[in-house]
Design a protein around this ligand. Structure first.
Ligand code: MGD
Ligand code: MGD
Ligand code: SF4
Ligand code: MO
Length: 702
């Protein structure tokens, strides 16, 4: 028996934590993981990991994880060979498109699609052949408003300014809880340490959240906000900045700032206060504190994206950073300069060039909002969706009104899933193609290097050998593409393995052969702990992709959306609103099948303020029925002063006890799916992003 030590990063969430993994090799050739620890020599994560990293071992060993293709035969699953599986998929998808048109096949790509580089480089090799307009992904239950804002203001949906958390003096967070999520569109391992450092250097952290989250609890100031009230608060802040001459000059060239100033004039702190539930003087004081800090940054995330004014919120966040001189400035918000530069190598994107068939929701970057997926399946007529391909996703638990989608999936003619498990979604599939596990994969983080709080890069070599007969995700896509092209009589362009594509991108990139860095894949092998490329630097002026190469502060669609806010009625305080929450041991819907992550105190409960319980004569710990327009469910309630009165909180991604699901540990857990209550009709009107937060609900004794 020998032991070897390996270094690579964890890429389960967005944080990029360096790992030191010890592998035991048996004399018969078998290898197993003996320990997983944080890598202290990683310059970015500095030893930090969360409990999910250790569960990489459980993923590896999980008997429920599929290891070969499975085909449905009635109620049973039958293992089949790869070639047979590819041919079956090609035949069914092709014939459905022949009978009903190309758009009859829909695609849904889930979150791990950006956590696995083979999916990044190769999913479109196959999916592009389908030429369907019914493409959906987890983007539209998440960060779509942020892409759209950057597309409209900066000319590229990936020019996303990241908080310079290590150098700021004032951080204002709305709708993000990095202590649980480890940062998002702000890749930041050991965020707690970095926030403590901010406070230790005399800086301030202010959190706006309807719940006293873990991050709010460590802040200098936490303001409760009525869910969905952020656009009003942000308008009040911006109005104060203009009204009290708190602006600061910027080196950036901007069009439309005068239009913004004019448009925002009626949105005074006084007028906005009843729309967000924060005192006018409180709003004004916050604006002054922000503007007078040496270096400040306003950061908005999930909680402000997934609400009915999601894009308006993110536009206002950008404007607040811009007018206070904190955009593209150290200690403010800065764009990264990654070694693989997706901004330089891709087009700026497009918006609203076509719309969904039933509800007329706009496309962004070739994808339609996933809130429309079920209705596209359920509404008869030309273009009705008859088949679905899911890739690394679980939309039944992750998208609004998941129960309706659940029902719609059972009516499809064919469903293909590329996934590791038979879960709430893939149980409806006719064919499941599982890929290798995370540690059997190489990985290069082209997405999260783009979103990190420092410029970083590394190449992660696979640590465990690919089992015999297994395929990586990218190989599955190549197999599907070949079979489909053959069936459809089309010529397929050749492709290269992901490692070679990344090598090319590195060599040709800004830190490549023409630069002093001279990066290539081979060069990165010299940095098993990752390579720090330095702090973020101002660069937006030269990277803007708008036609004028100037920032567009006043896109017409956003000025128009401001009028929607102006027409908003004041808050109905007696209406209970549902919000979500994340836990550090959880990862969306898919990591509940591992003992070490689900042990400990139960965390599936509905959190409710004691006053709201009292008003309904309910008691802590009792079972309650929660009802919304779309559904109802029963769950245990927990009294909590963490949530403000009028707000209840339920985590998403639970509710695994459904027939046919093969997740033996997860199924035994209590918990319900928050998305059985969310509503596909509640959306950000501009982008179509799902409003998963601020859902009106009623709660009564069960
Ligand atoms: N109510 C509510 N709903 C939400 C949210 C919320 O806050 N509240 N959050 C939303 C957000 S931000 C997101 S990103 C979505 C996530 O929604 P989804 O992406 O739909 O769901 P996940 O739970 O991430 O499912 C990941 C799936 O990928 C599989 N998988 C994991 N790794 C791999 C791999 O390497 N290859 C392949 N082929 N498969 C793999 C897993 O088995 C699992 O089935 O949920 C959204 N839904
Ligand atoms: N442990 C863990 N880490 C994760 C994930 C996970 O599931 N578990 N998922 C990963 C993914 S895919 C993503 S996208 C990121 C998300 O990372 P974050 O954006 O940090 O998301 P959350 O932790 O959901 O924090 C959202 C916060 O918004 C608050 N909120 C809800 N409604 C409103 C509102 O109307 N206004 C305001 N101001 N706040 C509101 C909620 O109370 C919550 O505290 O996390 C990633 N990291
Ligand atoms: S925070 Fe946890 S899940 Fe995320 S990258 Fe780090 S170790 Fe992995
Ligand atoms: Mo997400």
């Amino acid at each position: 028996m020998t032991k070897t030590l390996h270094h690579r990063a964890c890429h389960l969430c967005e944080a990029i934590c360096g790992l030191a993994i010890e592998i035991t090799h048996e004399p018969d050739g078998r290898a197993s993981i003996s320990s997983i620890k944080g890598d202290r020599d990683d310059p970015f994560s500095r030893g930090h990991i969360c409990p999910k990293a250790v569960a990489l071992q459980d993923i590896q060993e999980d008997p429920d994880r599929l290891r070969q293709p499975h085909r449905r035969v009635g109620e049973h699953w039958q293992p089949i060979g790869w070639d047979e599986a590819f041919a079956l998929a090609a035949e069914r998808l092709w014939s459905i498109q022949q009978a009903h048109g190309q758009n009859a096949v829909a695609v849904y790509q889930g979150n791990p699609s950006v956590h696995n580089y083979g999916l990044m480089t190769h999913s479109n090799y196959f999916l592009g052949l389908l030429k369907t307009r019914n493409r959906f992904s987890a983007t539209s239950v998440d960060q779509l408003p942020q892409h759209l804002t950057s597309h409209l203001m900066y000319g590229h949906g990936l020019l996303l300014p990241i908080p310079d958390i290590d150098h700021t003096d004032f951080m204002l967070i709305l709708g993000g809880n990095p202590l649980a999520s480890n940062g998002s569109i702000m890749t930041v391992p050991d965020v707690e340490k970095r926030l403590k450092a901010l406070r230790a250097r005399g800086g301030r952290l202010v959190v706006i959240d309807p719940r006293r989250s873990e991050t709010a609890a460590m802040a200098d100031q936490h303001l409760f906000i009525r869910p969905g009230g952020d656009a009003a608060l942000l308008c009040g802040l911006l109005n104060t900045l203009f009204g009290e001459a708190l602006e600061r000059g910027s080196h950036l060239e901007v069009d439309g700032l005068e239009q913004v100033r004019e448009a925002i004039a009626p949105f005074t702190a006084q007028a906005m206060s009843p729309l967000c539930g924060i005192e006018a003087e409180q709003i004004r004081r916050l604006a002054r504190d922000f503007a007078t800090a040496q270096r400040a940054v306003c950061y908005g995330r999930m909680g402000v994206s997934t609400q009915t004014f999601g894009t308006l919120c993110h536009w206002l966040v950008q404007l607040i950073n811009l007018v206070t001189g904190n955009l593209d400035r150290p200690g403010g918000a800065l764009c990264t300069e990654p070694a693989v530069d997706l901004v330089a190598s891709t087009s700026g994107g497009h918006f609203d060039q076509w719309r969904s068939r039933v509800s007329g929701l706009p496309e962004y970057g070739g994808e339609l909002p996933v809130a429309a997926l079920a209705e596209e399946m359920l509404t008869p007529g030309e273009g009705q969706v008859k088949a679905l391909v899911t890739v690394a996703g679980n939309p039944v638990l992750s998208t609004p009104n998941g129960r309706r989608l659940d029902g719609a999936l059972s009516g499809l003619e064919f469903m293909l899933s590329i996934d590791l498990y038979i879960n709430e979604t893939t149980r409806h599939a006719d064919l499941i193609l599982p890929s290798t596990s995370p540690l059997e994969n190489d990985h290069y983080d082209s997405t999260f290097n783009l979103l990190a709080v420092r410029n970083v890069t590394r190449f992660n070599r696979a640590i465990l050998a690919k089992p015999e007969g297994a395929l990586h995700d990218w190989e599955i896509f190549v197999g599907l593409a070949r079979a489909f092209a053959e069936r459809a009589g089309r010529v397929l362009k050749p492709t290269l393995p992901p490692a070679q594509l990344i090598d090319l991108a590195l060599r040709q990139g800004p830190r490549g052969e023409a630069s002093p860095w001279g990066l290539s894949l081979q060069a990165l092998d010299a940095y098993p702990h990752g390579l720090d490329l330095g702090a973020l630097q101002p660069n937006l002026a030269s990277r803007l992709r708008t036609p004028s190469k100037r920032i567009q502060a006043a896109p017409q669609v956003l000025l128009d959306d401001l009028q929607r806010l102006a027409a908003q009625a004041p808050l109905a305080l007696d209406q209970l609103l549902l919000i979500g929450r994340r836990h550090v041991r959880s990862n969306n819907s898919w990591m509940h099948n591992y003992h070490r992550l689900i042990k400990g105190k139960p965390r599936h409960q509905l959190l409710m303020h004691p006053l709201d319980l009292q008003r309904r004569q309910l008691e802590d710990g009792q079972w309650v029925r929660v009802r919304s327009r779309t559904g109802s469910l029963e769950v245990q309630v927990q009294a909590s002063e963490e949530v403000m009165p009028g707000v209840v909180s339920l985590p998403h991604g639970w509710g695994h006890a459904r027939p046919g699901v093969q997740l033996h540990i997860a199924q035994a857990q209590p918990g319900v799916s928050a998305n059985d209550l969310t509503d596909e009709c509640l959306r950000d009107a501009l982008s179509g992003n799902a409003a998963l937060n601020g859902v009106p609900v009623e709660v009564e004794a069960a």
